[in-house]
Ligand binder design. Structure first.
Ligand code: HEC
Length: 465
């Protein structure tokens, strides 16, 4: 099979940009540290259930968490006992589509069998409360992970009517600084947690004398329909330089999913250079269901400065739709078929992989990626047996994964374009393609994004947690 080489660069020109629809990040508490305990004969909320919920659920299931209902108090939680037992047994909650038996990631949220059994037992016993004085301390959820930011940039407020759902927006957040500035962390903080579903943000880096006014142009536009529309959309947002050329775009500098934390790497890894004139480009922000009230979301971006220049800036490449190597055989998915595709890329120098992001839309059924070493060994990267459009994390490894030069990275996807796929946006099923990188959720994509560093001795021993 033909294999193309890839130019290694973290920066893509904006004009060549694949506007990606959905992406994600990482979060919470590792499976490995959980020991298997025996479920007591009788369980209750305060002693047995609350600790599980506080560890695994309330990061989203709390007032202004990512979900619409809270599990903080006994009163809140008891009515959900039956559905909690069901969704945890089916491993639908907590949402973590990656198979933890294939590879483990930083902050993965996966229940142990003990925890699942306790929730089942609690529902079976009629959700008893237990001794009030045994209630564990309420968990704390600071809005920022890194303390007080040096700069806060508000995102233009966005209004949504009651009962509206699924808005995909392109949003520009411009800024100007007195000088080019180093930053260690860029954090997206949602205003209305239960409607901001996911956010994928890039940084637009202007050369100072090429752009007179970064604030010109629109701030928010609705997702356009096709790639011809993207160019128009970028013009509406006022993204091009004064002479019409495009500035450099650094991808995926700020991502967000409910319950996920910002991409913090250990000292010496990552970091950003904010140019004097720049903008964050959210392509996109996905707002979910509003519920019964009108909502105005005012999210913001926290930026933490540092004196240290990024000495090992994170780099990125991408396989598949609009990536360095194509999707094979093609992305034409005929109605009433299940289609397998793949994308392969040879790595020409040793790399240390930090984070990976598989990406498909609604017809996605499963996803798998691994690397084949020159000696034939396999390095596992990720397996998602049951694709979930709503939970597309940027998965960060616990330790960097070394992939030696000469290896081939393989990503494999399966798409289900039959009626059996409950997420199929069309009934009856239609011919679906990737439309050269359309942004519509109803078109398809197959992408595998890898962020990495050029390999350095000892990288694979360095903890990213
Ligand atoms: C990363 C965020 C997140 C975490 C962690 C999480 N949930 Fe959820 N959960 C959601 C969202 C979002 C929904 C969808 C409904 C909504 O928007 O409120 C949901 C839905 C549910 C539902 C309703 C399912 C249905 O369709 O009826 C239950 C029950 C549930 N979660 C239980 C749990 C339990 C128990 C845990 C912990 C073991 C947990 N969740 C952890 C985000 C989360």
């Amino acid at each position: 099979m033909p294999v193309m080489k890839k130019k290694f660069s973290a920066f893509v020109p904006l004009s060549a940009l694949a506007v990606m629809l959905l992406s994600a990040c990482n979060n919470g508490n590792p499976i490995a540290s959980k020991e298997e305990k025996k479920v007591p004969e009788h369980v209750n909320f305060t002693e047995h259930v609350a600790p599980i919920l506080y560890d695994n659920c309330t990061v989203c299931h709390r007032p202004n968490g990512g979900a619409h209902f809270a599990f903080i108090t006994y009163q809140d939680a008891k009515q959900y006992a039956g559905s909690m037992a069901f969704v945890t047994k089916e491993r639908m909650m907590p949402p973590w589509p990656a198979d933890p038996h294939y590879t483990e990631f930083k902050g993965q949220r996966v229940l142990s069998q003990y925890e699942i059994d306790v929730l089942a037992q609690w529902a079976k016993e009629g959700a008893p409360e237990g001794p009030k004085d045994k209630m564990p301390a309420l968990p704390k959820y600071p809005s920022s992970l890194a303390g007080a930011p040096d700069m806060v940039i508000p995102v233009t407020p966005y209004f949504m009517k009651a009962f509206s759902s699924d808005k995909f927006l392109l949003v520009k957040v411009p800024y100007q600084l007195p000088a080019d500035t180093f930053a260690s962390l860029i954090e997206f903080v949602p205003g209305r947690n239960n409607v901001v579903h996911h956010v994928n943000g890039d940084m637009v880096k202007y050369e100072f004398n090429k752009k007179s006014d970064v604030f010109a142009g629109e701030r928010i536009i609705s997702m356009v329909e096709d790639t011809a529309g993207i160019v128009k959309a970028f013009q509406k947002l006022g993204l091009p330089n004064d002479d019409g050329s495009y500035p450099v775009l650094q991808k995926s500098v700020v991502n967000y999913l409910p319950g996920a934390i910002g991409q913090i790497y250990p000292q010496g890894i990552g970091g950003y250079i904010l140019p004097r004139k720049g903008a964050f480009l959210f392509n996109d922000i996905h707002y979910g269901f509003t519920g019964k009230n009108d909502i105005t979301d005012t999210s913001y971006i926290n930026i933490f400065f540092t004196k240290v220049p990024p000495n090992r800036p994170v780099q990125e490449f991408q396989l598949g739709t609009l990536g360095a190597v194509p999707v094979e055989p093609d992305m034409i998915i005929l109605p009433n078929t299940v289609k397998n595709v793949f994308s392969r890329m040879v790595i020409t120098k040793d790399i240390s992989v930090l984070t990976i992001n598989p990406h498909m839309h609604l017809l996605g059924k499963s996803f798998k990626a691994y690397a084949l070493k020159p000696n034939g060994d396999t390095i596992r990267l990720i397996s998602i047996p049951r694709w979930d459009f709503n939970w597309q994390y940027f998965y960060t490894f616990k330790k960097m994964v070394k992939i030696p030069a000469g290896s081939t990275i393989v990503a494999e996807g399966v798409y289900d374009n039959t009626k059996a796929n409950l997420n199929n946006p069309f009934s009856p099923p239609q011919v679906i393609t990737d439309q050269n990188g359309s942004m519509k959720a109803t078109d398809e994509m197959f992408q595998f994004i890898v962020t990495y560093l050029p390999y350095k001795e000892g990288d694979e021993k360095l903890s990213l947690e």
